[in-house]
Design a protein around this ligand. Structure first.
Ligand SMILES: [Zn+2]
Length: 325
């Protein structure tokens, strides 16, 4: 095959395999046009109005969406925009991803999520060598149920739906046996079946965060998933030591992880230190005191510069190929 033929064949294979590069109905995708990325930013004002109507009954004075440059490229099962905002220097490698409201019935993370957004916006000038990506409302549909539910609109726990290596063998089996088919913990019938899971996966793939914080309640703990003394065969000793420095700085502990959870997907499998902040209660009247209590820790996590795992980056870098003249 001539070089040009091989190149065209490669393009065709990529078009079939790259996610989001699907052919549109009614015609072939043009080989020259980049795949169009949908924007759902125009849905944000109506969505935020819907959200703001619920805030007074929580007893909060909370600024939500106003004054923030939101982005959105996907929607929830019921069509609400899945949105994020970015602060600091996009060229900085010190990237932190902050997620909240994965489980909408927990409520207090809603307050913290938007407080973080506005605090970052006000302090953006001080974020010289950091880039922070915040998605404060990962699972909006569950919040608008009366009463709010833990799951998404299809009844899936989106923190059990990540495509972890053990998902196929264990997720549904653990749910049926250990969890006695508790509907609140349903992992879905397929990994990554939910747009809210896909949204989080895409943020991780796109920004390659060095650290992730996910805000939940009410278990009153700081959980760490990521490289540890047990994973030195997977990650370099230097990198493990760096990650543990962050864990110690935040006084986080390591407990177990589940098939399909973010901690398993990002922390255990991808080696991105993932902190789950479990606020002490889901009582909305306590939300402001939690923000005051945990804000310094969140600031400390954003500032913390984690050195790259050089050995691992070396291993995963594609081998250079010689090109014949
Ligand atoms: Zn939770």
């Amino acid at each position: 095959m001539k070089a040009r033929g091989r190149f065209l064949a490669l393009i065709a294979v990529l078009a079939l395999t790259v996610p989001g590069c699907k052919s549109r109905p009614g015609g072939k995708p043009s080989p020259t046009a980049p795949p169009s990325v949908p924007s759902y930013v125009d849905r944000i004002p109506a969505f935020c109005k819907e959200l703001d109507r619920t805030i007074p009954r929580l007893g909060w004075k909370l600024a939500t969406c106003g004054g923030i440059a939101w982005k959105s490229e996907s929607v929830s099962v019921e069509g609400r925009p899945l949105m994020w905002a970015e602060f600091g220097d996009p060229s900085s490698t010190n990237k932190t991803l902050i997620l909240s409201m994965v489980h909408p019935d927990e409520v207090t993370p809603l307050y913290l999520g938007f407080k973080v957004v506005h605090w970052l916006k006000e302090h953006e000038a001080t974020l010289k060598d950091s880039h922070v990506i915040v998605a404060p409302f990962v699972n909006p549909d569950g919040y608008f149920r009366k009463p709010p539910i833990r799951m998404n609109a299809r009844g899936v726990d989106v923190n059990r739906n990540f495509p972890t290596g053990d998902w196929g063998a264990k997720a549904v089996q653990v749910w049926k046996s250990k969890l006695k088919s508790n509907p609140r913990r349903f992992p879905g019938w397929e990994a990554s079946s939910e747009p809210e899971t896909d949204f989080q996966e895409n943020l991780i793939a796109r920004f390659q965060p060095k650290k992730i914080l996910s805000v939940h309640s009410p278990l009153n703990m700081m959980d760490y998933d990521g490289p540890s003394a047990l994973s030195v065969d997977q990650f370099s000793r230097e990198y493990v030591a760096e990650c543990l420095k962050l864990r110690n700085r935040l006084r986080a502990n390591s407990s177990g992880f589940f098939p399909g959870s973010l901690g398993n997907y990002a922390g255990q499998e991808r080696g991105i230190p993932t902190i789950t902040l479990e606020l002490p209660t889901s009582n909305p009247r306590k939300a402001d005191s939690y923000w005051k209590k945990f804000q310094p820790g969140i600031a400390s996590m954003v500032e913390f510069k984690l050195k790259e795992d050089v050995a691992r980056a070396e291993k995963t870098r594609p081998a250079s190929r010689k090109v014949s003249p």
